[in-house]
Structures are given as C-alpha cells and as structure tokens.
Design a protein around this ligand. Structure first.
Ligand code: BG6
Length: 499
C-alpha cells in the first residue's frame, strides 16, 4: 500500500454519508488509514445524504463511530479533530442532477486549492435501489469521464438475481469502464482470506496434495450467533443464500479451489478465481434438494438467554419463508477437483460465531497399524481459520507416549496473534486503501458476479417457487436443520468436528 506522500490528492464522496455503513465501517477505516500514514496528504471526505445535518453534527456522530469501531480512535481525540476537518456534509437528492453538479464544482475548487489534479472516489453506501441511479447522474455530470482519476465503489448486494445483476452491470459499464468499478466483498479484505493465497502458493509443501488424489472433501462454514438485528426489512427480501453464499462463501471457494496464478496481477488472479465458478457443476433444477438445504430459526436459547424466532424479528413477515441458514454441496468439474465435494454452509443464530475452511484429507491407502492402536483415528485435516481465531491448524496422527503403539490425533497451530506483533487491519481499511491505490485485485469483476448468480439461480428459483413447509426447522442456538448434517452423512462426511 502506498504511503501518504505517494498518494494523489483524493476526494472521497460517500453517497449514504449519514448512514450506518459510513459510521460503522468507512470512516473508522479511513481514520485508521490516516493514523498509519496511508491517507493522501491532501484529502477530503464529502458525505452526501438526504438528512438535514450540519458538518459539525455529522462529525460528532462519526466520532462516536470512530471511537467504537476503529482500531485507534478511542485514544486519539486530537488526531480525530485534525482528521475531521477534512469531512464535510452535503445534503442532496440522489435523483437530481444538481447534487452531482455541485460535487463537480467542489472537486474543481479543491483542485485549484491544492494545485493538483484530484483523484475522485465515489462510494455507493446507499440502499441498493440507488445503485442504478447514482452512476447515471455521475456520468451526466461528467464525473466519470476521466478514466484514470475517477472510480466508483459498489457495495453488495450487486443485484437480487442474475437478471438484475446484469442490468446493474450494464448501467455501471455505460458510465464507467470496468477498470474504474470496484465491487466490494469485504471477505476478500480479511487478512486470513488473503492468506489462503499466501499459504497455497508461497509454500511448495501443500500444493502437490491440494487435489482430488489427496483431498477427500472440503467444508466451508460461516456461522453467526447474531440474528437479523435491525436489518429484518432487507434480510427478509434476501435470505442466507443471497446475503452470504452468493458473495462471501463463493469467494472462499474460489480462493481454495483456484489454479496457481502466473503473476500477482489483478486480472490474472481474477481470471483464476472466476474459472472456478465456471467449473462448478450446475445444480439441476429437478434435484435441488439433493444439493441444497435451507433452514429458518425458531425460538431458542443462546448462551442461556431466550431469543425469539426469525418470524418474530422486527420487520419480518410472520409467515416468512426466507431462509436464515443455507448449505450447499458443490462439485468443481476440472482435473484437480473432479469428484471432491465442497460443502458450504452459513446460518444466523448458530451457537458460535466463526468462519473456517476445512480441508479433509483422504485416509492412508493401507492401514498397517493394529486395530487397537488407531481407535481414535482421524484422517489428517487442515483448518484455515478465518475468524475469530486467525490462523491455520494442521491435524494429524501422533504416537501416544507409552510402551504401546497407540495413535492419537494432535494439532500443529499457527496463529496471527502469536506469530506477528502487528494487529491485523480491518477488511475495510485494506479495501479502501486498495481503491486509493487503484488496485482491483481484491474486488469483484462483472463476470464473476454474474457467474456466482448463475450458479445459484436454480436453487433460488426452486426455493422461491416452493413452500419449505417445515419452517422454522432449527432452534436458535442449534447447529441448523438436521438435513444439513444428512447432506454430508450420506457420503460418510461431516462438518468440522470443532463445531
Ligand atoms: C454481511 C452480511 O455481508 O456479512 C451480514 O450482510 C453478515 O448479514 C456479515 O452478518 C458477516 O460479516 P463478518 O465480517 O462479520 O463475518
């Protein structure tokens, strides 16, 4: 990442500037970047929103977010005051050209003041309904014209299905070149997710066994303890498949299954990632229930506290058939992975909050130890822990001390906490830094978004067109519907034993 003296003067325009994402993620990340000398010497954050707010009121509100969410905000009030001088508020209607012409004037004014050309970053942190509107007006106001100096950042959800994603991509590409469009999936900004590439391709040790000959199956879990919190309105229209699988889990799949990149070039890496999605065997519409499981939480107990069911959450229909849990079994049809199942699952209101990938290796081809020595036998496995643990655990067999040859599973553990003295940056810090650096490696290209939707459409369509019947089918605080375990058990497989 470039340091402040190497970065061009930048205007950061945030549409949705008075909203939750700006408060919780974007400004705390920008503040942390500034403390690490990774913001340009000249920068301005223009928060655009529909609320009536003064600059001071907005800054006070944002300071609350920085104290709560940034790594360094709590202790650095003096630094915040300096930083906040660069933040201003502009009330504006996203549907009026005037909002954008005022922005163009402000950029021109700053260019004059700083005596340098200004890099413009437009961040859409608005409700998704605005994603198709803002790029058109930016185009009309001439703010997208300068290909090298203007970029647009798009938050998820990028579309609601394949058709709407294509329509949105068409609007974006009518006004911006693909190289100017940064589609965010914050999972790609996580250190441990980026480490999947480092682990696989910076060490010659594992790549030779990273294939169908040695890997029996792979599980990927993103488990959440939280329910839908204040987002019932959005979530009830989305569901777990759209909210988590279409983006975060499929990104994990791409990184675990992709072929080695030839160089660390953004398009080379993105090509390799999208190749995985193209190789995933399509799920037949007539057999969705063989490959996909959906669930919805009912009332239950989580850490000795009673919690309500999904249908009792705010802004959720009392008859909702939206899934809060989804599990999929996928196959990647290529030479490396033919026949190896990849099981993906995610759910809300599960007993523990964690994300991990487990590579389950095959058993030894011939068991030469006597039966009594290997009663606790587990084939070797590798756990890539994304969060909250950040690290890698290798599980293998070792001889138990004593006169007899008894084997027990043991673990070899690497953690970020113990190995590196520096804290991991938040995903948004990394991603915003990359936008300023104009590095699209960790962002999603249009073709990848569409390939991900294409893959899920049979499941989305079949689920939308049929009543789940048994919802709610798991209690809050449990590990999801039984059918999710059966999906693996049929093949003699299981989700990670840690769970
Ligand atoms: C978001 C989803 O994209 O990711 C949320 O919309 C989810 O529903 C969140 O809670 C999980 O992100 P993380 O980084 O907390 O695992």
């Amino acid at each position: 990442m470039k340091t402040n003296d190497q970065l061009e003067p930048t205007v950061f325009v945030i549409f949705g500037g008075s909203g939750d994402l700006t408060w919780r993620k974007l400004v705390p990340a920008l503040f942390d970047l500034s403390q690490d000398r990774s913001m340009p010497a000249h920068f301005s954050v223009i928060a655009v929103g529909r609320a009536d707010l003064s600059d001071d009121k907005l800054r006070r509100r944002l300071h609350g977010g920085v104290k709560k969410f940034s790594r360094q905000g709590m202790l650095k009030t003096g630094e915040w005051i300096k930083f906040a001088k660069n933040i201003s508020y502009q009330k504006g209607d996203y549907n009026k050209l005037q909002t954008y012409t005022v922005l163009a004037e402000q950029c021109a004014k700053l260019e004059k003041e700083w005596g340098a050309k200004v890099h413009r970053i437009f961040y859409m942190a608005t409700p998704p309904i605005m994603f198709g509107v803002i790029p058109k007006f930016l185009g009309q106001a001439g703010l997208a014209r300068d290909r090298q100096w203007a970029q647009i950042v798009v938050e998820k959800p990028i579309g609601h299905d394949l058709k709407s994603a294509r329509a949105l991509n068409a609007i974006l590409s009518a006004n911006f070149e693909e190289s100017q469009i940064f589609r965010i999936d914050h999972y790609l900004g996580k250190e441990t997710v980026q480490n999947i590439l480092a682990f696989r391709f910076a060490n010659p040790l594992f790549e030779p066994i990273w294939n169908r000959r040695y890997v029996d199956y792979v599980t990927m879990t993103v488990a959440e303890k939280v329910g839908v919190e204040q987002r019932g309105g959005y979530y009830d229209q989305a569901g777990a498949l759209r909210d988590m699988v279409q983006n975060h889990l499929l990104q994990l799949l791409c990184l675990v299954a992709m072929e080695p990149m030839v160089s660390f070039n953004a398009d080379e890496i993105r090509n390799k990632r999208v190749d995985v999605l193209h190789a995933v065997r399509p799920i037949p519409r007539g057999a969705v229930q063989k490959y996909a499981v959906r669930g919805q939480y009912g009332r239950g107990t989580l850490h000795a506290k009673k919690v309500c069911g999904y249908r009792q959450e705010n802004d959720v229909s009392s008859h909702s058939k939206t899934e809060t849990f989804a599990a999929l079994k996928l196959f990647v049809d290529n030479w490396r992975w033919q026949g190896v199942p990849f099981y993906l699952r995610t759910g809300k209101r599960l007993p523990r909050q964690f994300s991990e990938v487990v590579i389950q290796f095959r058993s030894v081809p011939h068991q030469s130890f006597p039966a009594e020595s290997s009663r606790e036998w587990h084939p070797a496995r590798l756990v890539l822990s994304i969060q909250p643990e950040e690290g890698i655990v290798m599980g293998f067999q070792a001889k138990y001390p004593g006169p007899k040859m008894l084997l027990r599973p043991v673990e070899m553990r690497f953690t970020y906490k113990d190995s590196f003295a520096v804290p991991s940056p938040e995903a948004y810090e990394t991603l915003l830094g990359d936008v300023m650096d104009n590095d699209p490696t960790l962002f999603i290209r249009a073709d990848q978004v569409e390939a991900a939707w294409q893959l899920l459409m049979p499941v989305l369509d079949v689920w939308a067109g049929s009543n789940p019947g048994n919802f709610p089918n798991y209690a809050a605080g449990s590990w999801g519907p039984r059918a999710a375990d059966e999906l693996l058990a049929r093949e003699g497989h299981a989700w990670s034993p840690i769970a």
